[in-house]
Design a protein around this ligand. Structure first.
Ligand SMILES: CSC[C@@H](O)[C@@H](O)C(=O)COP(=O)(O)O
Length: 356
């Protein structure tokens, strides 16, 4: 199995969590210490921690912090309090299903522990740590599975990716960037092209930073340059992450992913999604049912203190879009590679979404 990358965005230490502050990268590599559920909810909302698997892990620790915040030995009162912490954490970001998946798994662990409140707290800590550790293993497996698609392509590949689906967006290593890392380690990667990813620039700031850390050759382009690069035969394949995949394979990912998939189809460039099975929402028949987060328009009109647009105008700032399954070549998971219309074969680890 592949070796890990050195970037861990969520670190458990003694009785708090250290988050890499992703709003400050690449200019500053610093950590924020969190030990309260409300602060964890705020960190997810403000994108100190971001990326579908990472916000799931962060929310799991948030539930554990919530469990420490109530002084009671009464089981029912304790579980009720956990439910309200869960509601707060669920309200932070609507699109990435890993958030809801992780919270459900935490609540299930609490309900199924028949011991004292203190024993439930201990179970919750262990469950949060398990979610974190498992995600790292999952990403390594996705990276390894990604290698299986490479024989069909040139010896030295150029891969285009969008947003940041790297170590920073997961427990470590990454999903789409995990495939890139594995290809690099196998000597199969010539270069990765990173879309800058307007408006929050996760590609320019985070993906480029991660690649630079490990010496992976990276070229940042603006989102509007992808079609030109494909027309010039500069791109062998596209690999992106996902925030939520419906049962029919329609995939929600960072805004601009759909454009990229259309452009890739127009140029016969294969378009892969790399994601853990916890990102598949088998309760949704199609992508049209996936809730799309809308964020503050300042993300569009303001950079630092500079205003980019005139006053008195309107904005629309959806943070994600839906790529229809028919534009996706295949979905790379920890359990193997699946055609988007064959997702039922990948066997969800547990269909927890239906339990709660
Ligand atoms: C492995 S992360 C996959 C996705 O979460 C990623 O591509 C993405 O869209 C992240 O969006 P963000 O708004 O930065 O949380």
């Amino acid at each position: 199995m592949s070796q890990n990358s050195p970037v861990y965005p969520i670190i458990w230490q003694k009785d708090s969590v250290l988050l890499i502050d992703q709003t400050r990268l690449p200019n500053e590599y610093s950590f924020v210490e969190i030990n309260r559920s409300e602060d964890m909810a705020q960190a997810i909302k403000t994108m100190i921690v971001r990326g579908a698997p990472a916000i799931g892990i962060a929310a799991a620790y948030g539930i554990y912090f919530g469990a420490r915040e109530i002084e009671t030995n009464e089981r029912q009162e304790f579980l009720q309090h956990l439910e309200s912490v869960a509601s707060l954490l669920r309200s932070t970001r609507p699109t990435a299903v890993n958030l809801f998946w992780a919270i459900s798994r935490m609540l299930k662990a609490a309900y199924e522990t028949m011991g004292t409140v203190e024993e439930i707290r201990e179970t919750l800590l262990q469950t949060a740590q398990a979610i974190n550790n498992e995600d790292l293993q999952t990403c390594l497996a996705i990276g390894d599975n990604g290698l299986k698609i490479l024989p069909a392509y040139p010896e030295k590949l150029t891969i285009l990716t969008h947003c940041n689906a790297g170590a920073l967006a997961t427990a470590g290593y990454g999903t789409a960037l995990g495939v890139v890392r594995s290809a690099w380690k196998e000597g199969r990667l010539a270069r990765v092209y990173a879309d800058e990813t307007r408006p929050r620039l996760q590609g320019a700031k985070l993906t480029a930073w991660e690649c630079a850390q490990e010496g992976i050759p990276v070229t940042v382009i603006t989102d509007s340059m992808a079609a030109h690069c494909m027309q010039q035969n500069m791109i062998d394949l596209v690999v992106v992450g996902a925030d939520r995949i419906a049962a029919n394979g329609d995939t929600a990912n960072k805004i601009g992913t759909y454009n990229l998939a259309l452009v890739a189809r127009a140029h016969n460039v294969p378009f892969y999604v790399a994601a853990p099975i916890s990102t598949i929402d088998f309760s949704l028949i199609a992508g049209s049912q996936i809730p799309i987060e809308e964020r503050h328009p300042a993300e569009i009109y303001q950079v630092g203190d500079n205003l980019l647009t005139p006053g008195g105008i309107e904005y629309y700032n959806p943070a994600f879009d839906i790529t229809p399954a028919e534009l996706i070549t295949a979905i790379i998971t920890e359990n193997g590679i699946f055609a988007p219309n064959e997702l039922a074969l990948c066997q969800p680890r547990e269909n927890i979404m239906e339990v709660f």
